[in-house]
Design a protein around this ligand. Sequence first.
Ligand code: ZN
Length: 189
Amino acid sequence: MTREEKLTIFKETGALQEGHFLLSSGLHSNIYFQCALVLQYPKYAELFAREIADFFKDFDFETVISPALGGILVGQEVARLLNKRSIFTERSDGFMTLRRGFTLKENERVLICEDVVTTAKSTKEVLEVVQKFGGVAIGLGSIVDRTKEKPDQDFPFFSTIKITAETFNPDNCPLCNQEIPIIKPGSRK
Ligand code: ZN
């Protein structure tokens, strides 16, 4: 798929919206991205996950691990395509951990999968869980890369597309100055 084809799918499914948005951080942005809106169509989940799977198909690993909730669908799909095991981390009392009886063996090689990587904070949390179990992360695959700086990790990072947004301080927002109504994404109208 070309970048244009991917952007068309994101726009048609509503995953990528352009306008004037209030982010949960309090900043304003010209772009809002909600990956769940593209992943709600399994055919698209497969299409994007296949690019991640193709990139990592010759890497040596046994298991795909993803942070709940957004990463689970991507991890499951990549694992299905490569016939690997798929598990996910989730928060318990604020800490990322493995629950539900999921476990990793000592030296088990894992691929971390996410829907969107923005600050790489969740990646770092998943990596800590992997290391706690004695596992080894061999790579990070994500549908969308929204990072502003290259994540600081010593394994390959593959994403199917890079989408960066402009963010503005509310006091100094050109979209506010143009009196474009602001939308709080995900809230009910
Ligand atoms: Zn604004």
